[in-house]
Design a protein. Structure first.
Lengths: 448, 448
């Protein structure tokens, strides 16, 4: 039942493979000379069927989603840990655990990742968290959102499969990340967004000189359109980071898990709070944490995983609370536009992971989002985008409800930058006073 | 003659020391327990007079500017190099060369620096540079400008001198950097900007919850006002990063020189192009390069230093070209507002350094700034603020004029983020098309 949407995409993909010269689809031919590090195949998350590495994303056996299967490094974990620590200050320090060539850091790319894990003591004090509170601040990435991570991996896949245009459906951040990565790499880009996004995101999606197409509709309309385009000769030679390159793209979010644990001194956190749009990021962070345990890089212990949504687009939160299936939200209405995916592909997996780990899914309204953005800025000097406000707002709400445990170590994700969602706070964040340049005027303002 | 402005500030500072409890001024008492790493005193850049470490900025002997004097590490350069390379991925890897405590990285601060040095091969191809072209991209700092560097050092000085409020006069970027750093550190902040700055910078200056005061005037009016405030009881206990903490603050820009050389494999570049507002950054980068030579960390060779200004506020460029003194610009008029300092304190030093190194000072107009911003985004995926457009625009102009040598290795600085100067490109950077979500609509748009 979960796979209904994917089934139609799989049919499109299968149909498209006939027309797309040299581009293998699932279960058909695959590029024989593809070399993407320790990645060895694509594997269906549902039925385990394996297909060769290629731009495929849906299992033709069961319509389940494909993900990258690895032969990960074996042997002494201490040696692997040292190798990672001696690597570059970017996500490429984890290249041995990713579907990328070993020399990836030497190719023109944005070199994202290894962003700061902020020890948020002042925020912890305000929220009453005693077990250690950390903000993983991905606004430090090159285009100031976590999207640079998955795009960097999709770029390598695009190169490996010979694509000449990099594309995506996006709520804004991804469009900028794809545009920038394509320009650095010398590929053409053509990205698709819903009309009416924040000005910052629109400009950023356009500035890199590729084509930017606004679609009169929601993100889900944009996404459906991109699936159609893959099946059409118009889309020939196009790598859509989050559609036909999705299995590779998705792995980028694992690096958030790797970095958090390394930055905690090679330890798992007790609790982690993650925003949910498609849900892909949460699923892959969970996968990344488990891989570190399997590799012996961290000691196993329970990690409670919490998912955060905006009330105005909270299909996963609603399903978690009412115990039913994830029902699409037709018209998202929230200031957290980067999370406004009404029909989240990985929604059911998010619920499974949160429930199974002893976590939860919760949502907050627009006012709570703005409050949390300001709280984070005021206490830690981190200016998060609305999605970061969602994550911190949910953290606060779940702390107040006694669901998040204040005595445990807790990591909160900020996945984007406040400069991209300026409108959310602009009306309430301006000068305390406008004065003449004189001491008397300053004295009269009463601010000293 | 150069020191006229500073002289009046020195008198104010000397007067203020009487009223400001516990705050030593130049040549008077100094905090005896101040420990700021290898910094041992403040020294006059003009006459060499030394005074103890303290919140002093003007020599009371000759009214020259004070700067930090060090006892830098001696001994095996290889050992120091290894120590640096094993340090954190922030500017604190150079802590032994800065006026900060050895444990600075463990204190709550924004941990700026160690931003990417982008090997700009595609840009080099467009500009005809064959000797290697690099963009030092400081938009990767926590508040997305180079200002996080000097502020991080000023913060340590403020802590050492017992200041409880962090303040500054700012064209925008500095205000955000001070607000964020103060919030992270748990200090109060009150920052001053000219009215009419870009919305992004105003919101960013306010979001961290300190006081933001807009002054009805130019940046130079704001700066004069801050100098008055230091001499008034209203400003008691206030550390102004770029006024009474300026000798410390200024050292932050040295880290740009350190990083560039380390990232080039411990080599000096042949040419470097630096934007000029007050000129402080260029002077300190020059100082940083010389220190690396003195320490034996890089081999000595000539480095040609070029300064970049915006035509609408180009007092240094004009003085360089006409061979006269730097005459203040009363009403700056440029889209590069972060460079709109009409009366640049370090202007004469900039001219000396550029002339002495075989470099030059040049300026570009608003259209050239925008063109350069788009060129950088299109070729390298770097979205620079207008100041970055100034630097690249001047680089291009000087290449075309045969002044910058295309056969030499060249580093261009991007000191800020395009998201903060959106208006400069917003009207010319939008969707290529707005279409219905259908293949026929996309086909009709003619973009495939």
């Amino acid at each position: 039942m979960r796979r209904k949407g994917l089934a139609s995409m799989a049919v499109q993909a299968a149909e498209s493979s006939a027309g797309a010269a040299g581009i293998p689809a699932a279960g058909t031919s695959a590029a024989s000379d593809v070399s993407l590090g320790s990645a060895v195949a694509l594997s269906c998350r549902e039925c385990g069927t394996r297909v060769p590495l290629g731009p495929s994303f849906v299992c033709l056996e069961c319509f389940g989603p494909l993900e990258v299967a690895y032969e990960l490094p074996t042997g002494d974990p201490e040696r692997l840990r040292k190798q990672i620590e001696a690597g570059p200050a970017s996500m490429w320090r984890y290249a041995p655990l990713l579907p990328v060539p070993a020399d990836v850091a030497d190719k023109p790319n944005l070199n994202p990742g290894f962003t700061q894990l902020v020890q948020a003591d002042r925020l912890a004090a305000e929220l009453g968290v005693t077990g250690g509170l950390y903000v993983k601040d991905d606004s430090g990435n090159p285009t100031h959102s976590f999207k640079d991570r998955p795009v960097a991996i999709a770029l390598e896949a695009a190169r490996a499969f010979g694509f000449t245009t990099l594309s995506c459906s996006s709520t804004g951040n991804l469009a900028g990340a794809v545009g920038a990565a394509a320009s650095r790499a010398g590929l053409r880009s053509c990205v698709f967004i819903p009309d009416g996004l924040e000005q910052s995101k629109v400009v950023m999606a356009a500035i890199y000189g590729g084509d930017l197409v606004a679609i009169d509709g929601t993100y889900d309309d944009v996404n459906r359109f991109c699936s159609e385009l893959i099946g059409d000769p118009l889309g020939e030679g196009w790598g859509f980071t989050n559609v036909n390159l999705r299995p590779f793209y998705a792995e980028g979010s694992k690096t958030l898990a790797y970095e958090i644990c390394e930055q905690l001194g090679w330890k798992l956190p007790d609790q982690i709070v993650i925003p949910v749009a498609s849900g892909c990021q949460l699923v892959k962070i969970d996968k990344g944490l488990r891989e570190l345990v399997e590799l012996g890089l961290v000691e196993d212990k329970p990690v409670r995983i919490f998912a955060a949504q905006a009330e105005g687009c909270s299909p996963v939160s609603r399903a978690f609370k009412d115990g039913g299936v994830v029902r699409p939200v037709r018209r998202p209405d929230t200031i957290a536009k980067s999370l406004a995916i009404g029909d989240p592909a990985d929604g059911p997996y998010v619920i499974d992971i949160c429930r199974g780990s002893g976590g939860a899914v919760e949502d907050v309204n627009d006012a709570e989002i703005v409050d949390a953005m300001k709280l984070l800025a005021r206490t830690e000097g981190v200016f998060a985008e609305t999605a970061g406000g969602v994550t911190l707002g949910v953290t606060r709400k779940l702390l107040e409800a006694g669901v998040v445990d204040p005595s445990l170590s807790t990591v909160v994700l900020n996945t984007g930058d406040g400069l991209k969602t300026l409108d959310a706070v602009a009306s309430s964040s301006g000068p305390s006073a406008v004065i003449a340049p004189s001491l008397s005027a300053f004295r009269a303002a009463g601010l000293a």
